[in-house]
Design a protein around this ligand. Structure first.
Ligand code: GCU
Length: 612
């Protein structure tokens, strides 16, 4: 069964690449930070190419001659015509979005060419991979003047093998990065976040043995706190090997044999300290074969649902959360570093959170590993956002690939408990079919975690009483229901929250995945005045009171931790291209509502304990 699982996931990834007629990216290498690596981060030469003259001729035909920027060609004689020169072009930081590095690129959507040269002394009998944490949106990757392949999707990692291409000196990697939005893409053309373009996460050269441990999953079986069920996949010529898994701290050592496909499934009983927000215990787990050795830091916990309860390690809990966009806490632009993660999760913990919703796309791996360390449970999401092309098979393939890459990267992170397959998507047969396939894929590829989506409920009014009804048919297939509501901001008045009750067709836990109001930090007035901190504060007071009355509520992730850039927010002097629903401003200043939520979470931590 699990073999079928794995083959299916690999098949999905390969199909996606093949289906798009692009060279294949290599299977993702698990836990690259634990490998022998060289960082290619830093200043890269960059050519901004709004008309894609580096890729197409004036007839729109793909360039294959030295005029193609990926050739990085230099004129050989004084009369030779070459109209680009990376070495004389500007520089851009990698990792980093291009938008916040140059005033002129803030609103830029198009192609940018990046080049990085390096020497490389490859060790004998080793293989080398070029690994990208993420590139938004479409990456065409070239190495030493030849195409390696393409990757679509701005928020998940990918790698290419360059073992037979790398040379001791003057290697050059060139990327054409294009972030032009398109209806068939995931996300589609309309988002309430900034379309940050560029090589937004670290680039790494990874060196591994000829036969290496490509991927593994070592987690508790669903609902168990003693039974480990896992698998391991080798990659290389020597696929039949014995594999030893050690957890020295637990005096555990288990040895298994891989099959002809380099694969082994295993299961064993072990007594470990369980990972939880109160005690985020991580174990050093050592995996070794005759040819390779990897160490990972893994927490062990079980997550499941029972009726309307969410159970962590068998005990019901309330998910005290906040939604977060992947924007740097103290500078503008995309977040990517451990420091960024530590600061953002630090603010969430200051709020009293034990949970965060990373919206609306997979955030960087540093965030997941920091959540593991800091004891913060995580909801991760693929950017199936608003109205995408439900009937388009390419769009489905793309969404499936992004989900597959997210699961492939994070399936050993204890903090990660929920995969979300969508946000605020309009109900239709085509949409239901689309989401259903993603839900099945998530359950199939990783049966140990929960699946959710941020839905929107119906409402009815009876006099001044407002009744909200969660009856979206897709909730049938979800483990946990998420719901976004903006009562008191986009709909109704703040006071109406006091007369609002919630009903659900489903015997399932609810997470209120979004609610909130915009406030400009420092803008003060009475609680009726929009954009003031007092309005936002009052809305939170009434929202919290309403939440306490919802019997099947098991969590909340208000919108949003910090003000974030959005092209949809044009109001001068207030929004200035920022969504101002943050509880913290874009300069790190805490608004009054921050303390309303903090008070609720601190109370709930003690009064509500686990079950609300
Ligand atoms: C939506 C959406 C968010 C958006 C928020 C808002 O619900 O999911 O991406 O930013 O509302 O309008 O502020």
């Amino acid at each position: 069964m699990a073999n079928l699982l794995r083959c299916l996931t690999v098949a999905i990834t390969l199909l996606v690449a093949a289906g798009q007629g692009r060279a294949q990216v290599a299977p993702l290498i698990q836990n690259i930070d634990a490998r022998s690596t060289i960082s290619l981060d830093g200043q890269w030469q960059a050519i901004v190419d709004p008309y894609d003259v580096g890729a197409f001729d004036y007839r729109g035909q793909p360039l294959k001659n030295n005029g193609a920027f990926y050739k990085n060609y230099k004129p050989q004689t004084k009369s030779e015509l070459v109209e680009y020169d990376f070495d004389a072009s500007g520089r851009l930081n990698v990792p980093g979005d291009w938008n916040t590095q140059r005033e002129s690129l803030l609103f830029y959507e198009g192609s940018v060419w990046y080049k990085r040269s390096f020497d490389y002394g490859k060790s004998p009998k080793k293989r080398v991979f070029l690994h990208f944490g993420a590139v938004n949106y479409m990456a065409s990757v070239y190495f030493n003047g030849e195409e390696l392949g393409q990757h679509e999707g701005g928020f998940t990692p990918f790698d290419f093998e360059i073992t037979d291409r790398v040379r001791p000196e003057d290697n050059f990697v060139v990327l054409r990065v294009n972030d032009v939005r398109a209806k068939e893409n995931v996300p589609t053309v309309n988002t309430d976040w900034w379309n940050y373009g560029g090589i937004t996460r670290p680039v790494t050269l990874v060196e591994v043995p000829e036969t290496f441990i490509q991927d593994y999953s070592i987690q508790f079986e669903k609902g168990s706190t003693r039974q480990i069920r896992g698998w391991l996949q080798l990659n290389g010529p020597q696929l039949r090997q014995s594999v030893t898994i050690r957890i020295p701290e637990a005096a555990l050592s288990k040895t298994f044999q891989t099959d002809a496909a380099g694969r082994v499934e295993f299961s064993f009983i072990v007594d470990l300290t369980l990972w939880s927000p109160e005690d985020p215990k991580l174990y050093s787990v050592e995996i070794s074969t005759a040819t390779d050795h990897v160490v990972d830091r893994i927490g062990f916990r079980s997550i499941s649902v029972q009726g309307t309860d969410v159970l962590l390690n068998g005990k019901s809990l309330f998910l005290r959360g906040i939604s977060i966009h992947e924007e740097a806490p103290t500078r503008s632009g995309r977040a990517w570093s451990q420091d960024d993660a530590r600061t953002l999760l630090g603010w969430a913990k200051e709020l009293g959170c034990n949970f965060v919703r990373l919206a609306h796309y997979p955030h960087n791996e540093a965030m997941l590993r920091m959540a593991d360390q800091m004891g913060v449970l995580v909801w991760e999401e693929v950017p199936v956002y608003w109205t995408i092309q439900w009937e388009n098979p390419d769009t489905l393939r793309n969404a499936r690939n992004q989900l597959a890459e997210l699961i492939a990267r994070d399936h050993n992170r204890a903090a990660l408990i929920i995969y979300s397959v969508a946000n605020e998507t309009p109900i239709s047969e085509a949409r239901n079919r689309f989401l259903s396939q993603l839900i099945q894929q998530a359950h199939f590829s990783d049966p140990t975690r929960l699946v959710s989506a941020a839905l929107q409920a119906d409402e009815s009014k009876d006099g001044n009483r407002l009744s909200i009804h969660i009856n979206d048919p897709i909730a049938n297939e979800l483990d946990v229901m998420g719901n976004n509501e903006y009562i008191g901001w986009y709909t109704h008045r703040v006071a109406d929250l006091d007369f609002t009750d919630w009903n659900s067709k489903y015997d399932k836990p609810l997470i209120m995945s979004e609610f909130g109001a915009d406030a400009l930090f420092g803008d003060h007035g009475d609680s009726q005045s929009r954009w003031t901190e007092e309005y936002q504060e009052s809305l939170y007071v009434h929202q919290v009171a309403m939440l306490k009355r919802i019997p099947f509520l098991r969590g909340a992730t208000p919108w949003v931790l910090k003000d974030f850039r959005s092209p949809r927010r044009t109001l001068p002097g207030i929004e200035d291209y920022f969504n101002r629903k943050g509880l913290v401003s874009d300069h790190g200043e805490k608004k009054k509502a921050f303390f309303v939520l903090q008070k609720f979470y601190r109370e709930s931590q003690f009064q509500l304990g686990t079950k609300r």
